[in-house]
Design a protein around this ligand. Structure first.
Ligand SMILES: Cc1cc2nc3c(=O)[nH]c(=O)nc-3n(C[C@H](O)[C@H](O)[C@H](O)COP(=O)(O)OP(=O)(O)OC[C@H]3O[C@@H](n4cnc5c(N)ncnc54)[C@H](O)[C@@H]3O)c2cc1C
Ligand code: SF4
Ligand code: SF4
Length: 1015
């Protein structure tokens, strides 16, 4: 049995009093002081781990002022804070042992969009893509781009002066900031905007913090002009973090925002920003160019940049190979074909923008002519990408590059610490040659990609930072790269800000470093804002990159075996792809509905990793515990579980915090399919629950849910009784008592009597030719009993296509057991089912499942059983036998059939939706897919009383509006039984499965042909 894990924490009296004080002055937001919040906020995307004293989630600017005023009180002079947005910083920017101020949970309102002035006013926690989605109807967008645009916040972008692809055309975030509403550590609420000289003089004359700040900056800007001119490099990615070079603007205005942008939370908390917007380019296209080798791609970049492209991006062979293995690749593979002499080993992507289609064609012709006209060694072919959907898909792949690098096996994984250097583009190729020689000399593997037009290179050498020799290597490489960037006139921090790498600030800023200290002193005299970043107070030093605790040093105790055994939980690198703001995106429904980062894949992975670490500290190997558990009888530990559950000493157990985070997971598997590192929460969650519930009692609903699948045949036989229970008030009350709600009634009739069963004897009698003409449907028990109409449609289709359909003998899938962590029972069920499936598959006959998550369970939950049988999704089978489908009927008027596919198949079977498209196209039926998030039902999740509110909130976020906006000429279809049940329950609508639509179509066509023959 796993032990109790202590949750006691050492927080200074000042910090804990700070939280109490805030409550007493009416702080409206939330606070998080538990171990779970502190664990989840102890990492970002960097290699570091620092647990904060707690987390504050301000509701509004008044809360920020309350925090600041409290900081100004003498009793809290030792309290420090670090503002935080999406937490996607790559260098520990938002990590602190003080208090985190998370502006992303509540302060995420778009306050105003002014299309006339082309401005938007937003709170700091608004996500960049959220803003651009809201701006789209106005034909406007917020231009600075970054790979984390679906989760990085405007506050974080401003504080790191973010930019990325397209920076040569659009510049950095600071180029688009009109005004900032900032809260200073004395509680001042200041609207910072560029001012004329007389306004500056008035500000300097003030006798308050604002006066100090302006006097200091104006003096430095004047007195140190020559040093500033000499020190700041003339790069597209100018040196951020107290950007003195842009304080005094060319138009004569004095712009305090130049130092606030890029200040990484060290000068003020940004509450709101007024941003400049640009019109969305009317026309766009990409040219993807293939190369023999990455060096050739880099050398060619200069020719491409000279063609006035909007942006030029590059990808090396390693990233390209990883992209080819990604779920998103099939969507874009056509734009990166293999050439006759082999696949590409380097890619450049050239973006061309224009105001009109004619302009675009002309610009594309110029690029194409240049590519065709000039012979360049190493350049292979090129392809052109048109249309927003395809262009977005290519950029999405490029944005996933960092994450993809993390999708490798073993403990040696790419880590950021020199990942965003910038040098003048004309030196990039030479610089990269030396960079590669450095990494090759150390025997390291790495992938490279970047913005060649801006001279920015992204590289993450692969290291295992649990190893002392690799931690030392990190320092060696870091120093060498600092020297290399300085040799080529570049900067270490070309894109992602400084964070822990601030150690190198004095060497880059040289004689100006004391001026930075004066600026910090003027803004934050007690060094309470994100200390240790960018600048240290006079007389003290910045921390060194190897003085901050590494995640690796905490993971060391786990060892490689445990890290490998828990479904990538220890390898979550915090890139935050699972914080996608978009309600219609796949990952992660429970995070979207709660905005609580504990309830995200990253949150759960962090907690699980911490749980494993705490067990390891106590010498407990959870794998051994699980083995022991499986050897003992379930009943024997009952008394102990009762005692543990009742014993007040156990109320304080870290495992409860982990379980609470696991409870809200829908097991939709979007993380398993979409997380670039393949962190699979459902997989490690079951392992956790198995051990947790060996120590504590399970809720009553667990055994009830586990029993449903095997009892379904009996329930079907006593259908009226079951329906009476779920349909009556008393029955529903009783069900609620067990923890279940909104259970569906059992429809009639069952199909089993009318279709032949695929017994081994029957199959053995079939000839080889007959087997080719046969299909076996493998419905899970839920589909068979709750969704017989869809199974019936599948069978009818098989007959209409000339197949002889069989039904597999009754099989239990066991997915519910897996979800609940009854792993011993699951293994038994799955073993039996796998053997039956393999026997049927050995006949060579196609096996076809119906419900997506149940069918796909044979590929994931069953993976450990080495199942040979491949149970196809219906659309996989139909595309396989596509020649059997009749020629399209004459084009008919609408309806348009629109598919809302189940999120598990969308995220784990990437071709699933396009395969339905192929089938519908072959039949001549107008078809399109609707991108929706999770419906909220997810198997039994939405039927559990404790989850029902969350389930309904999720439905309201994506499915409800999508259904409500469907036109009268549109028929919405859904593949998931859960989804259709949720629609029925919430919108009182019956929507068909695509198989039902196809059956109707085939029957109509068959009838028409019959009639024609008859005539
Ligand atoms: C996979 C990956 C790809 C990336 N690609 C890019 C890229 O293309 N371009 C790029 O520029 N960056 C990139 N980054 C880095 C990161 O996404 C950016 O720095 C981003 O701007 C951080 O935003 P955030 O909301 O996550 O901020 P956080 O990481 O939460 O914070 C970053 C800094 O901003 C400060 N901050 C946050 N909110 C406030 C506020 N309200 N007031 C004051 N200070 C605040 C924090 O204290 C911290 O110092 C990438 C990161 C990852 C993981
Ligand atoms: S769970 Fe995956 S997507 Fe989320 S932060 Fe971790 S690695 Fe990134
Ligand atoms: S399975 Fe779904 S709900 Fe659970 S963590 Fe993964 S994405 Fe989130």
């Amino acid at each position: 049995m796993i032990p109790r894990l202590d949750t006691s924490r050492s927080v200074s009296a000042a910090n804990s009093n700070f939280f109490k004080h805030l409550a007493s002055v009416g702080f409206e937001g939330d606070t998080g002081t538990g171990v779970s919040e502190r664990t989840v906020y102890s990492t970002d995307n960097s290699i570091y781990q620092v647990a904060p004293a707690g987390v504050l989630f301000p509701k509004n600017i008044d809360d920020l002022k309350r925090i600041a005023k409290a900081l100004a009180k003498p009793e809290f002079s030792t309290v420090t804070i670090a503002p935080r947005g999406g937490g996607t910083g790559t260098n520990g920017q938002s990590l602190t042992d003080g208090i985190v101020v998370d502006c992303s949970r509540h302060m995420n309102r778009i306050i105003e969009i002014d299309p006339e002035r082309r401005t938007a006013r937003v709170e700091a926690g608004v996500v960049k893509d959220q803003l651009n989605k809201a701006l789209e109807p106005y034909g406007l967008f917020f231009a600075p781009e970054l790979s984390t645009s679906n989760r990085a916040t405007i506050g974080g972008m401003i504080a790191t002066d973010a930019c990325g692809q397209g920076s040569c055309l659009y510049g950095k975030t600071s180029n688009h900031v009109r005004a900032l509403r900032a809260v200073l550590t004395d509680g001042t609420d200041f609207l910072s905007r560029p001012v004329r000289e007389e306004e500056l003089r008035a500000l300097q004359a003030r006798r308050d913090r604002i006066g100090d700040i302006h006097r200091t900056l104006a003096r430095i800007s004047t007195d140190d002009r020559e040093q500033i001119e000499a020190v700041f490099p003339k790069l597209n990615r100018f040196m951020t973090g107290y950007d003195l070079a842009h304080l005094q603007r060319e138009d004569g205005l004095f712009d305090l925002n130049a130092v606030l942008c890029g200040s990484e939370g060290t000068l003020a908390m940004i509450a709101e920003a007024e941003l400049a917007l640009l019109p969305i380019p009317a026309c766009a296209a990409l040219i993807t160019i293939r190369y023999d080798n990455f060096n050739a791609a880099l050398e060619d970049a200069r020719t491409l940049v000279a063609l006035n492209a909007a942006s030029v991006e590059t990808i090396d062979e390693t990233v390209l190979q990883l992209a080819k293995g990604d779920n998103a690749w099939p969507r874009i593979a056509a734009f990166f074909p293999d050439d006759a002499d082999g696949p590409a080993n380097g890619i450049n992507i050239v973006e061309v923008l224009a105001d009109t289609a004619g302009d675009l064609a002309e610009k594309l012709a110029v690029v194409s002519a240049a590519l065709q006209g000039t012979l360049f060694a190493g350049r292979k072919g090129f392809s052109t990408v048109h249309g927003k959907a395809d262009i977005d898909a290519v950029w999405t792949m490029r944005k996933r590059a960092v994450g993809l690098l993390g999708n490798v096996d073993g403990p040696i994984r790419p880590v950021p610490f020199v990942e965003d250097t910038a040098v003048p583009p004309e030196h990039l190729a030479a610089y990269i040659r030396e960079f590669r020689a450095l990494l090759d000399g150390e025997g390291l593997t790495y992938g490279m990609f970047g913005h060649v037009d801006a001279g920015v290179l992204h590289v993450r050498p692969a290291l295992d930072l649990t190893r002392a020799d690799h931690a030392a290597l990190m320092r060696r490489i870091s120093d060498a790269v600092v020297a290399l960037t300085q040799k080529y006139g570049g900067v270490l921090w070309g894109e992602h800000g400084k964070g822990v790498r601030s150690e190198h600030v004095p060497s880059f800023f040289g004689p100006l470093y004391p001026r930075l200290q004066e600026i910090k002193q003027a803004f934050d005299p007690l060094n309470q804002l994100n200390p240790g970043k960018i600048v240290a107070p006079a007389g003290s030093a910045l921390p060194k990159i190897d003085e901050i605790p590494l995640r690796g040093s905490l993971d060391r105790i786990l060892g490689n075996d445990i890290r490998a055994a828990f479904d990538n939980t220890a390898y979550c690198n915090g890139n935050g792809a699972c914080f996608d703001f978009d309600a219609d995106g796949l990952m992660c429904p429970s995070y979207k509905a709660t905005r609580d980062r504990r309830f995200s894949p990253k949150g759960r992975a962090s907690l699980m990793r911490e749980w494993l670490r705490r067990l390891a500290e106590k010498g407990v190997d959870p794998r051994r515990e699980a083995e022991r558990l499986r050897r003992t009888s379930t009943v024997s530990g009952l008394a102990r579980r009762v005692w543990n559950s009742l014993n007040p000493a156990n109320h304080d157990d870290f495992s409860h915090e982990v379980r609470a985070a696991m409870d809200t997971c829908l097991a939709c598997k979007a993380c398993a399919g979409q997380c670039p590192v393949k962190v699979s929460v459902p997989a490690f969650r079951s392992k956790f629950l198995e051990l947790y519930y060996a120590r504590y009692l399970r809720p009553l609903k667990d055994p009830v849910v586990a029993a449903i699948e095997p009892l379904l045949p009996l329930m079907a036989r006593t259908r009226p009784l079951y329906n009476l229970v779920v349909g009556s008030t008393i029955g529903r009350t009783a069900m609620r008592f067990t923890g279940l709600t909104a259970l569906p009634a059992l429809p009639a009739p069952s199909l089993r009597r009318s279709v032949a069963i695929a017994t081994p004897e029957v199959l053995a009698r079939l000839s080889a030719q007959e087997r080719d003409e046969t299909v076996i449907f493998v419905p899970d028990a839920f589909t068979e009993h709750f969704d017989p109409q869809v199974l019936s449609a599948a069978i009818d289709i098989a007959v209409l296509l000339g197949f002889r359909p069989f039904l597999a003998p009754s099989l239990n899938n066991g997915k519910a057991l897996h979800v609940l962590g009854y792993l011993r029972a699951f293994e038994k069920v799955a073993d039996r089912t796998a053997r039956q499936l393999d026997r049927m598959a050995d006949t060579g006959i196609a096996l076809v499942g119906i419900d997506p998550p149940m069918t796909l369970a044979y590929r994931s939950e069953y993976a450990a059983l080495r199942l040979r049988a491949r149970v196809l999704l219906p659309q996989e089978w139909l595309t396989h036998v596509i020649d059997r489908l009749p020629a399209p009927a004459p084009v008919r008027a609408p309806p348009l059939y629109r598919l809302m596919a189940h999120c598990t198949e969308r995220s784990n079977a990437p071709a699933a939706v396009s395969q339905w498209g192929t089938v519908f196209a072959k039949l001549g039926i107008a078809f399109s897919a609707v991108d929706v998030g999770c419906c909220g039902m997810a198997g039994m999740f939405g039927h559990e009383v404790q989850n029902r509110v969350l389930s309904e909130n999720l439905y309201a976020m994506s499915w409800q509006p999508a259904l409500a906006s469907a036109g009268t000429e549109e028929v919405i279809m859904a593949t998931g039984y859960s989804c259709r049940s949720q629609v029925k329950l919430m919108s009182q609508r019956h929507i068909p499965h695509p198989l039902q639509v196809i059956r109707t179509h085939l029957q109509a066509q068959a009838a028409a042909i019959g009639e024609t023959r008859h005539v």
